[in-house]
Design a protein around this ligand. Structure first.
Ligand code: PMV
Length: 317
């Protein structure tokens, strides 16, 4: 049997993280430069019934049977096998690689999960829709993150910019005017599970105030939706900056994130904020095309570990 290969992009959240966990809207876009990949390689050398997992970046080389069930890779493999109802799975090696930084707010876990589910289900001849893949990945995300909002699995499975609100139909954004985004990594790893849990503690202590913060963040996502379609830098820049202030009130920013946000703004970004769970990971900055290089250079100089830019292009459908 031939090798089955699948990949999935990274993502950044432009607006609405954390509030999205409580049912408010958020906007996220795929980042095609970053990829997780999964290969199903049939191998006759392995003992009957063995699925060997090889994920060199996390030093994992072991048979599936010895990987704990709550390990994200094992969980993704098992849900894929359950979906295809593989009672006697053929012998194969699953090779997992990724260029998406781990614990950096760029959707690494959802992308790895989606690449695995796609590769295994297609190996068994099951062609699932993006929505089906997204729903399966959501189940795996729950094992890893506790209470994920569902935005990561949706933006990554569909590979399109999304306006997402739990309980509402998913909206794809049909971009009319491209925008350029600079992404800079603090190099600090932070657990989304922990930041989400800390925000929940804040919420439990003072529901009124924190609900107001969530409501304000939700309004920002709603306002940003059309400005993003139109590519309105001034409006989007202001909304990014407001969103950052609100995330600071949720205590999910950090000195390092604040510093990079300031540097990006001083270097000419229309606006900047942290992206994802926070306390580490990345900032995003909105840049006019003529300023991308100077913003990237300033962020490098200011200590960012990795800096690159991505374009949110016109929709093709
Ligand atoms: O850090 P990431 O890429 O997993 O993004 C987390 C976004 C949150 O809104 C904080 C959590 C969620 O499930 O949406």
């Amino acid at each position: 049997m031939p090798v089955h290969f699948s990949n999935a992009p990274g993502k950044i959240i432009l607006f609405g993280e954390h509030a999205v966990v409580y049912g408010y809207p958020a906007i996220a876009i795929p980042v095609a430069q970053l990829k997780a990949a999964a290969r199903v390689i049939p191998s006759l050398e392995l003992p009957t019934g063995t699925i060997q997992i090889s994920a060199p970046q996390i030093n994992l080389l072991a048979p599936l049977s010895s990987v704990p069930g709550n390990h994200p890779i094992a969980a993704a493999v098992r849900i894929a096998l359950d979906t295809v109802q593989a009672v006697h799975p053929p012998v194969f090696t699953l090779q997992v690689t990724s260029t998406i930084p781990i614990s950096a707010g760029m959707g690494s876990s959802a992308a790895v999960t989606i690449a695995i589910i796609r590769a295994i289900t297609s190996y068994f001849g099951h062609l699932l829709s993006s929505e089906e893949i997204s729903n399966l990945a959501f189940e795996v995300e729950k094992i890893q993150h506790g209470t994920p909002s569902g935005i990561d699995n949706n933006v990554i499975a569909h590979q399109k910019p999304v306006y997402y609100q739990a309980g509402n139909p998913l909206e794809f954004l049909h971009i009319e005017q491209p925008t350029h985004w600079v992404i800079a990594d603090t190099g600090i790893k932070a657990s989304t599970r922990e930041t989400v849990a800390d925000v929940r503690k804040l919420y439990q202590v003072d529901q009124k105030t924190i609900s107001e913060v969530f409501t304000a963040i939700g309004k920002i996502s709603t306002n940003a939706r059309q400005h993003l379609i139109n590519g309105d830098l001034t409006q989007l820049g202001d909304l990014l900056n407001e969103n950052q202030q609100l995330l600071e009130r949720l205590t999910v920013s950090s000195q390092e994130l604040d510093a990079l946000v300031k540097i990006a703004r001083a270097a000419g970004a229309a606006g900047a904020k942290l992206s994802g769970g926070g306390r580490g990971g990345n900032i995003i900055a909105l840049a006019s095309p003529g300023k991308i290089e100077q913003i990237q250079a300033a962020l490098h100089e200011g200590g960012a570990r990795q800096v690159f830019s991505t374009i949110l292009n016109k929709g093709r459908d």
